[in-house]
Design a binder for this molecule. Structure first.
Ligand SMILES: [Zn+2]
Length: 487
């Protein structure tokens, strides 16, 4: 079978491109991680699920992925314009805990959420507070090259000094400045030279004692959010790496500024492919606590939904399309997952039928179709449609007894291959304890009665029926009859 080519949409070039890593088969992949001050909501989790599908697709295509995801435990302010409070310090006051305790607690919550949704763990998860030294070094480099200036509350990056500033947005410098001005919720600091300029290092306020602060060549303070990602991604992946992911809301500010700092400091291109996941809406509206349409993972689990259903609902739309999340949609995800699981059980328990002469062709065809869709910029809706087409096809063949047990085993193998992308832990279905079907139970009883009456002919007939119909083998031992599944 010819392998389909992997194509990904690149925000930087605004095109779907054939994916080719910078170095052979290694993909150096950075994903912006959480700011650990609250429970992740399902909008956050959608992005992590989409990035998980991306990583699984890369691995399915034979790439070795080095996956780095940061933990932002300092420096993310309540306003995108470098104003307002540090989210972690604010949460600490609210919960009457230390900032360190808040960060530790919500980091654990985040990791638990990833585990629950069977999202593959990044290989390295650097914390911002443990990389202050690297951030200061990077700012020093930028200072030396003349990209920085000082105002009352910190050291800033002068975005007008970079020729292609804003290239990720498709807007030029002026347009981007206008765009940010129009969208601003708080007034910009008038000392800033340009609206697009951003803080590299913020000084601790004079009137409030911060819990998280560090000395620096410029004064006591803390790093800006953007410099964290530049410093940590380049530390673990090099000055230029393959793939950088995040939510689409990161494009105009966070990722634009990561590019600016990194490329200004190194003089080299920062990232080859940019991957952005679209927003999640709930009932057609932006999620917010005041609208009552705000869900965490635990909220949905508490409503009785299983992790597979939640994962399925989050991954079933195309990652570049807004996902309108509704409880009705979750119900339909639940039915889809049930159909997949029922199919796995049926394949596992299937025992009769004759060998299909061209079954291998059917398997290869569906494998290719699925792979082609997933490799086409991770087209999950279409890949899932292929999956269900396959399920329907094989179900029909089983209804008509047109495949053998061996064929069914091959179908299981393909399902587990699909599951490398789906991440639904379908192998667990195979390991579930199987219950004896009611009809089989009754047949065993009938056989016992026949044996008591020494009617061995009937007993043997029933034994054979159990084997043929259910794949159950009976053994008569001195402690009575025992049964097991035919291998
Ligand atoms: Zn980031």
């Amino acid at each position: 079978m010819k392998k389909p080519k992997l194509k990904l949409y690149n925000t930087l070039t605004k095109k779907k491109e054939i994916f080719k890593p910078l170095k052979n088969k290694l993909v150096r992949f950075y994903a912006c991680g959480p700011t650990v001050y609250d429970y992740p909501h399902i909008g956050n989790l959608r992005a992590y699920v989409a990035e998980d599908i991306l990583r699984r697709t890369l691995e399915l295509n034979g790439y070795k992925v080095k996956h780095v995801m940061n933990i932002t435990d300092v420096g993310h302010l309540t306003s995108q314009a470098d104003e307002g409070e540090d989210k972690v310090e604010l949460a600490a006051r609210k919960h009457k805990k230390t900032a360190w305790e808040i960060a530790e607690f919500f980091t654990k919550v985040f990791l638990d959420n990833l585990k629950t949704l069977n999202i593959k763990m990044p290989h390295i998860m650097p914390k911002a507070t443990e990389h202050i030294k690297e951030m200061i070094e990077l700012i020093k480099k930028l200072e030396k090259k003349g990209y920085t200036y000082r105002i009352d509350d910190g050291i800033y990056f002068d975005t007008s000094k970079l020729k292609d500033y804003g290239k990720l947005t498709g807007m030029n410098f002026k347009q981007l400045n206008r765009y940010l001005k129009a969208g601003a919720r708080v007034p910009f600091n008038p000392q800033k030279r340009n609206i697009t300029d951003f803080a590299l290092w913020k000084f601790s306020p004079k009137d409030v004692k911060r819990q998280m602060e560090w000395p620096s060549p410029w004064g006591i303070g803390f790093p800006g959010w953007h410099i964290e990602c530049s410093a940590m991604s380049m530390k673990y992946l090099g000055n230029t790496f393959d793939l950088h992911a995040g939510g689409e809301d990161h494009i105009p500010i966070h990722h634009t500024n990561e590019i600016a700092q990194s490329e200004a400091a190194t003089g080299k291109p920062f990232v080859k492919y940019w991957f952005h996941v679209a927003f999640l809406l709930v009932n057609g509206k932006k999620m917010s606590k005041s609208l009552g349409n705000y869900y965490t993972l635990q909220d949905l689990l508490d409503k009785g939904y299983g992790w597979r259903e939640i994962r399925y609902a989050l991954m079933s739309a195309h990652y570049r399309q807004q996902l309108n999340f509704t409880l009705r949609g979750l119900e339909s995800a639940k039915r889809s997952v049930e159909r997949i699981i029922e199919f796995m059980r049926r394949l596992r328990d299937y025992s009769n039928g004759k060998k299909h002469k061209t079954f291998h062709k059917i398997l290869t065809r569906y494998k290719y179709k699925f792979w082609k869709e997933i490799n086409n910029d991770l087209n999950m809706p279409k890949a899932l449609a292929v999956l269900f087409e396959f399920i329907n096809k094989v179900n029909k063949l089983m209804d008509q007894k047109k495949i053998s047990k061996g064929d069914a085993k091959k179908a299981i193998k393909l399902m587990l291959w699909f599951d490398q992308i789906l991440g639904l832990k379908l192998d667990e279905i195979l390991k579930e304890e199987r219950k004896l079907p009611k009809e089989a139970e009754e047949l065993i009883k009938l056989r016992e009665e026949a044996r008591k009456k020494k009617d061995y002919k009937t007993a043997d007939k029933i034994r054979e029926e159990l084997r043929k119909k259910f794949g159950i083998i009976l053994e008569d031992t001195k402690d009575g009859v025992r049964w097991k599944w035919e291998k």
